[in-house]
Design a protein around this ligand. Sequence first.
Ligand code: ADP
Ligand code: ZN
Ligand code: MG
Length: 480
Amino acid sequence: MAEYEAVIGLEVHVQVKTQSKMFCSCPNRFGEEPNTMVCPVCMGYPGVLPTPNKEAIRKTIVAGLMCSCTIPHYSKFDRKSYFYPDMPKNYQISQYDLPFCIDGKIHISGEGFSGAPLADKDIGLTRIHLEEDVAKLNHLGKSSGVDYNRAGVPLMECVSEPDMRSADEAYAYLTALKQIMQYADISDCDMEKGQLRCDVNISLRPVGREKFGTKIEIKNLNSFRAVHRAICHEMERQAYLLDDGVVLRQETRGWNDDRGETYLMRVKEDAHDYRYFPEPDLMPVTFTDAEIEAVRKQLPELPVQMRERFVRDYGLTEYDADVITHDKAVAAYFNQTADTAKNPKLAANWIISELLRELSDGGVSISECVITPVQLATLVNLIEDGTISGKIAKTVFAKMFESGKDPAKIVEEEGLVQVTDESAIETFVDQAIAANQPQVQQYKDGNEKVLQFFVGQVMKLSRGKANPPMVIKLLKSKLD
Ligand code: ADP
Ligand code: ZN
Ligand code: MG
């Protein structure tokens, strides 16, 4: 397939986290009994009027600003007409030519789904518009049920430029987009709850040619992994057809996850089939510069900025910073730990290698973690100032994880303070030497590895509390 290059653009729908729906006061809540979160507005009864949700609009502007978009001063809602049971009004209130956000970009870096390193790159964001979500159809054998709880939930559509060139880049773009939405509390982006849904547009062109090929749209992708697989599959399928001289037509295809292949759904409709026109029941929405700047002032730090700060101010490696910022809650936890920890880099190590592992083993999220950031910082400080050894710290950590007790208290109660008294350590060293004469001979014969054996013996005798550098120093001076 060396002779083709993929051109990929993504259309990502993100449900906005709000109290109520987009145009009525029904709760925006997932997982309730079907058709219990409904009212005449979201059921499309005749004669009702929509009232826009201010918070949903504000969060859309936040999303746009987080993605470096321009926020036009004048936007409006439009009707997108179509006939399908998921939309009782037979039109969806959406935005057509004047969306809330235009001309943005999302930075990708790090690695793709396959773990391959990616070159840093900005992916253009054409627009973000706000619309209402539609009802969910539940297919039950020969009949179908319609659940209107989802109808009217605020939904952003983020449309990218056709800037991605591989499945890995698409994966990285989605990861970055999701992180931004979560960091800014715009959406939890839980794909299992349908809070983030992605359509892929993909075409191939011979390497070196500028003109794009015919695009195919793939729908029903319910995980980032499925997006990656679908792109890989579609690249092969299209290359095979193009090699055969087939002229492709614009199609919408579905993704069958079990078979690992796409299938034809329909030949694509044109935009004018939707008969877009301005929504007469809603006023245009206008923003002053001052209003936009007020939102900009309250923007949270972007994940990419936070990564840079952790590397710069706390001495984390790029890799550590990447792991820590992957989840906003973990990043916040580290931020608080680093505030009190004398050695933030060591705190990061403990979060990555101990805390996150324990949490995932126990199936617990970091928000439910019994160890507070201040407690973890205290533990790290106990190591840093030599009160306990790194090894003892693991024991203390395990007890903290069980009981939520303060590390200093555990150390005190269990008598775990590191022994740094030279004469006390000397006693252990003498005991160890006296009890292991054959090993002393081995050491004298030049086997230096035996030193580690003695360190182990002394640690055992001191129940792990002897200060390791002092143990080594004393052992050497005695044995030599
Ligand atoms: P439509 O009018 O069919 O909705 P758009 O031009 O609005 O098409 O583009 C929809 C999505 O498809 C965008 O994300 C865009 O980047 C992407 N796209 C457009 N042309 C191509 C192409 N030739 N190959 C791959 N993706 C494309
Ligand atoms: Zn309603
Ligand atoms: Mg379009």
